[in-house]
Design a protein around this ligand. Structure first.
Ligand code: C2E
Ligand code: MG
Ligand code: MG
Length: 454
């Protein structure tokens, strides 16, 4: 289970009254406390000849809580957690609700029938379908939930917690905002999040991370104009691990700052090697996590790394998401202006799935909009996706910024994108992300020579 610092008892049961106040306790102690509380809760139900047949343990983790804290402030974050606890406590069938971590809750459900269990689970999910108002501000949050059955004759509390943890990890890995019930296939190479965090820390220091590169193609000329750097973790035993499996953990643990610095430095060093060899004369796009972007020393550190590697900043593009830039408009303008004045280009990644307010486009020095793959995917079969893609392309033209369609896999998608006057594409149709060596072998001969795809 992820770092646990506080143990609040929101309490359903009087026997747990001693833990009603906030306590700061150590991690091992906490785990033991948590187990003791769960044992007591199950035991007391048992002795009370409770008819409950189905006991289910849920670990619920608020998605991107760090960002909630960043954007609303820590006080609002605390109030939000309190409200989450209150709403969960009010659910019929929740035998116990414990805030087991900063943004993590452990719930024990007692139900006599499968229907009752389903109803309790639905009520838990419903808690997050409505907005929260904290200090006058409305916000929606999503949660990832890992769930495990507790059969007191077969499962120990420790096992049930471990299984719910693994199910939670699976929920996070598959894109968050999900409920996953434990299955033996969830047993992971990393037995828990703490082990994964420790290994990731080591991976950054021991150079187990590598960058893959995916080309971006300009349709009017058939030239490659940019390579997007995408990080992978080359684990000595497990092999290559995709970023979606470890970036969320890096963001939650704060390791993203170190990881992000490594990525930027490595991308600059690779660019320097290509410049030296006079090949692959393209811009390099680097993804910047919202947590990195919100770090107050981000722009200074980034500029320092670029200067240390001796790269002309004009060779770099930073890909940021809408959620990054919407958190503090004043700071964002200052940071983006500083980066742009140095010559770095800015693109908005996954455009279209974030904020609906487009006002920010007027205020920020943006060079490129990257249309999220989810719209491009069904552009040939879904008229809404076509309409949104078409609208973004024309918005980009009107704002005089580059528009990239992400995730182009099929010729039919390309045809429609050309008809809708899209200027640039990226996707498996041209190339998946590949290692630096592979990209050299594939595209070196084509340096500035049009690729026949257009
Ligand atoms: P992203 O920045 O939107 O990158 C595009 C993702 O879509 C990449 O996945 C890429 O492999 C995938 N993709 C590209 N073309 C196609 C296609 O035609 N079909 C399909 N199905 N997929 C395609 P990847 O490399 O697994 O990265 C996933 C996400 O992880 C990235 O999304 C980005 O948000 C994050 N990420 C990757 N590298 C870094 C990094 O160095 N730093 C940070 N902060 N985030 C990173
Ligand atoms: Mg990207
Ligand atoms: Mg993207």
């Amino acid at each position: 289970m992820k770092a646990v610092r506080r143990l609040f008892h929101f309490a359903a049961s009087t026997i747990l009254g001693t833990l009603r106040s906030k306590k700061i306790i150590t991690r091992i102690h906490q785990r033991q406390q948590l187990q003791a509380l769960l044992k007591q809760a199950i035991g007391s139900q048992h002795h009370a000849k409770d008819t409950a047949l189905l006991r289910t343990l849920l670990i619920l983790d608020i998605d991107r809580f760090r960002q909630v804290n960043f954007s609303l402030g820590y006080k609002s974050g605390d109030l939000l957690l309190e409200e989450v606890g209150n709403r969960l406590r009010a659910i019929h069938g929740c035998g116990l609700v414990i805030q087991s971590g900063d943004d993590e809750f452990v719930l024990l459900i007692h139900a006599s029938t499968q229907d009752q269990l389903s109803q309790a689970i639905q009520s838990i999910q419903h808690v997050f379908a409505t907005s929260f108002i904290v200090m006058g501000q409305e916000c929606f949050i999503t949660v990832s939930i890992g769930m495990s059955a507790v059969d007191i004759t077969l499962t120990t509390i420790e096992q049930a917690l471990h299984q719910a943890d693994q199910a939670l990890l699976a929920a996070k890995r598959t894109g968050k905002n999900k409920l996953v019930t434990y299955h033996s296939s969830h047993a992971q190479p990393f037995s828990n999040q703490i082990q994964m965090e420790t290994e990731l820390r080591k991976a950054i220091l021991e150079n187990q991370l590598i960058l893959y590169y995916q080309p971006r193609l300009e349709l009017s000329t058939g030239n490659i104009i940019c390579l997007e750097a995408l990080v992978r973790w080359n684990h000595p035993e497990i092999g290559l691990i995709a970023p979606n499996e470890f970036i969320p953990l890096a963001e939650e643990s704060g390791l993203i700052l170190q990881l992000g610095e490594w990525v930027l430095r490595e991308a600059c060093l690779q660019k320097a090697r290509w410049l030296e060899a006079d090949i692959l004369n393209y811009q390099i796009a680097v993804n910047i996590s919202p947590c990195q972007f919100q770090d107050e020393s981000f722009s200074d550190k980034a500029i320092q790394i670029i200067e240390q590697t001796g790269i002309d900043p004009a060779f770099l593009e930073f890909e940021i998401t809408e959620s990054s830039i919407m958190q503090n408009m004043d700071t964002t303008v200052a940071v983006l202006d500083k980066l742009c004045n140095k010559g770095i280009s800015i693109s908005i990644d996954d455009f279209g799935i974030g904020y609906s307010s487009l006002n920010y486009l007027k205020h920020f020095p943006i060079h490129c909009l990257k249309i999220d793959r989810s719209f491009v995917k069904n552009i040939h079969s879904n008229k809404d996706d076509w309409a949104i893609t078409n609208a973004i392309i024309h918005l980009g033209h009107a704002l005089e910024v580059q528009v990239v369609a992400e995730g182009v896999e099929e010729w039919s998608q390309l045809e429609i994108l050309k008809e809708t006057t899209c200027t640039t594409i990226q996707g498996y149709l041209l190339s998946p992300p590949v290692s630096a060596i592979e990209i050299e072998q594939t595209f070196q001969a084509n340096n500035n020579i049009p690729v026949m795809i257009s």
